[in-house]
Design a protein. Structure first.
Lengths: 311, 234
């Protein structure tokens, strides 16, 4: 569906995007991840023909961005970062304008505007000027704008920026819902969002791709240790250390007790071993009271940090 | 081509949603009305020469006020990105906005039709120069709109856009009045550049192709400059 080859963008001397190559097939939801200033927005702007690449090619279906930008724009629905909209237009007028620009015919236009208003929850604000809307509503108008022509590809730049937690869940559900048929590429720096919505994740750092794989395998690829956290009452530091030291797969123990006499233990273990049973048996043999017992596998966050911090 | 008209319609409507349109039109009518009728009864002549004589100067600051927001506001708010990622070309965007400004100039001139009508009751009005004057006014409006649009595409600050546009329009209007400062050699050339110089012949009722060509070329240069300036941003 989308082919990006050696995409590069310079702003003067600054290299914002550095030889990025990726593909996107139909029906896929791709998450573009990266720290601030990594080049996510620039990449999306080139994809939507807003910026011209310094070098490299983008092909959408059979169209190349240099030769057929208008055809590509017709296939794309784009929500720019922070949804910059016309402040003095009414929501309805704006959606009507977008529908006209997208060349929807009269009947389709009306039904589409109605559908979008329902889907994005805009019915209460249809006759308010966009400038008076809260950030969350503006974002929804932006989303309605992007989906107006029912495009095959949706490009969303930080779609949940500035929304409250309920709205974030709503928007994610909408994205997942439309992602069943459409191809979506979204950028975010919220990892849980990418984890929850995307099939595939591309991590960009300083304009370069540092990871490109499915969300699942990216999580699994997390090398290194896993952690077990235990909270114990009625236990002494010394005896806990002694007991747990006997388990060989534990590579590190960190202990601290709080004011209420609860001892918090964090155990680092080798990733292959599942020590939960063994630890439980050990605790069972003592008179400690077990308050909390939890295993963390390495999350996307760790992977992200590993790939995007200098070291 | 459809997109051009949608952009035109949207921009034109936006003028009347915000107070800009009403302020600009009121100021325009007040100034032209005041200056026209102040001397009208003194001269005791049933013509509109005075009114048309004023137009280039008044247009020089009214039209940049109309065009200043067309691109600057979009660049400032960021909606420029939304506009350009819709299926449009630069040409359609530039043309749509230019036509919006031109239609607005037309709308602004419509109430002034009351002047020739009322004058024709008072005396024998020669309609030839009046019609020529309105055609000239639209041509002048087109040229200044294109210049204002170009100024607007250069910056995200509307005030800078206004001042730049006004400076260019004023220079074009006043250039043939400054000629005595300049060497003989350049006279003819510089006089030909003056907007007022060309407007004067048209508003006398003489439609000379050179004058029409002048206004069309200024419009074209302005629009082409806008086009280049937009291309430069991507």
């Amino acid at each position: 569906m989308i082919q990006v080859r050696d995409l590069t963008k310079y702003y003067g001397d600054l290299c914002a995007v550095d030889h990025i190559t990726f593909d996107l097939s139909q029906g896929e939801i791709l998450g573009l991840l990266g720290p601030n200033g990594a080049g996510k927005t620039t990449t999306l702007r080139m994809l939507t023909a807003f910026l011209r690449p310094t070098s490299g090619t983008i092909r959408v279906k059979d169209y190349s961005i240099d030769e057929h930008p208008v055809e590509i724009k017709k296939l794309l629905g784009y929500l720019p970062e922070a949804a910059p909209l016309y402040h003095d237009m009414l929501v309805y007028d704006y959606l009507d304008y977008v529908a006209n620009m997208r060349e929807l015919d009269r009947n389709r236009k009306l039904s589409r505007i109605r559908d979008m208003a329902d889907l994005c929850g805009l019915n209460d604000v249809m006759h308010k000027p966009i400038g008076e809307l809260s950030k969350g509503y503006r974002q929804r108008v932006g989303l309605a704008h992007a989906m107006m022509s029912d495009p095959e590809i949706l490009v969303l730049d930080e779609p949940t920026l500035g929304l409250d937690p309920n709205q974030i869940v709503e928007i994610r559900d909408i994205i997942k819902e439309i992602g069943k048929e459409k191809t979506i590429i979204l950028s975010t720096h919220i990892l849980s969002e990418a984890e929850a919505t995307c099939d595939r994740i591309v991590i960009i750092h300083r304009g370069k791709i540092v990871a490109d794989s499915s969300t699942e395998s990216l999580k699994h690829s997390a090398s290194g240790e896993c952690f077990i956290t235990i909270s114990l009452k009625n236990a002494r530091v010394k005896s806990v250390k002694k007991e747990l030291d006997s388990i060989r797969a534990i590579t590190g123990i960190a202990l601290h007790d709080d004011e209420e006499g609860v001892l918090h233990v964090r155990l680092a273990c080798r990733p292959s071993a599942d020590l939960r049973e063994e630890i439980y048996q050990t605790i069972k043999g003592t008179d400690w009271v077990l308050l909390e017992f939890r295993q963390e596998t390495k999350t996307l966050e760790n992977v992200f940090r590993e790939l995007t911090t200098e070291g | 081509m459809k997109q051009v008209f949608h952009i035109l319609g949207k921009e034109f409507r936006t003028y009347f949603v915000s107070p800009i349109a009403y302020i600009v039109i009121s100021i325009f009518l007040l100034i032209t009305g005041w200056f026209f009728f102040m001397t009208f009864f003194l001269f005791d002549q049933a013509d509109l020469r005075n009114f048309f004589g004023l137009l280039p100067i008044i247009f020089s600051f009214v039209i940049p006020a109309i065009t200043m927001r067309l691109f600057s506001e979009e660049l400032n708010v960021g909606s420029y990105e939304i506009l350009l990622t819709m299926p449009v070309t630069f040409r359609q965007v530039v043309l749509g906005k230019f036509l919006a400004s031109l239609v607005f100039v037309g709308a602004m001139l419509v109430p002034t039709l009351a002047y020739p009508v009322s004058v024709s009751f008072l005396g024998e009005l020669d309609w030839g120069p009046v019609i020529g004057g309105y055609i000239g006014a639209m041509l002048l409006g087109a040229a200044f709109s294109a210049i204002g649009l170009f100024a607007s595409s250069l910056t995200r600050n509307q005030i800078i856009a206004f001042i730049t546009g006004m400076a260019i329009c004023f220079s074009l209007t006043l250039i043939d009045k400054m000629l005595f400062f300049l060497p003989q050699l350049l006279l003819g050339f510089l006089q030909y550049l003056g907007a007022d110089f060309h407007f004067r012949t048209i508003s006398k009722g003489i439609l000379d192709s050179r004058d029409v060509l002048y206004f069309l070329s200024v419009s074209f240069i302005g629009l082409y400059g806008t086009h280049l300036s937009l291309q430069e941003k991507s």
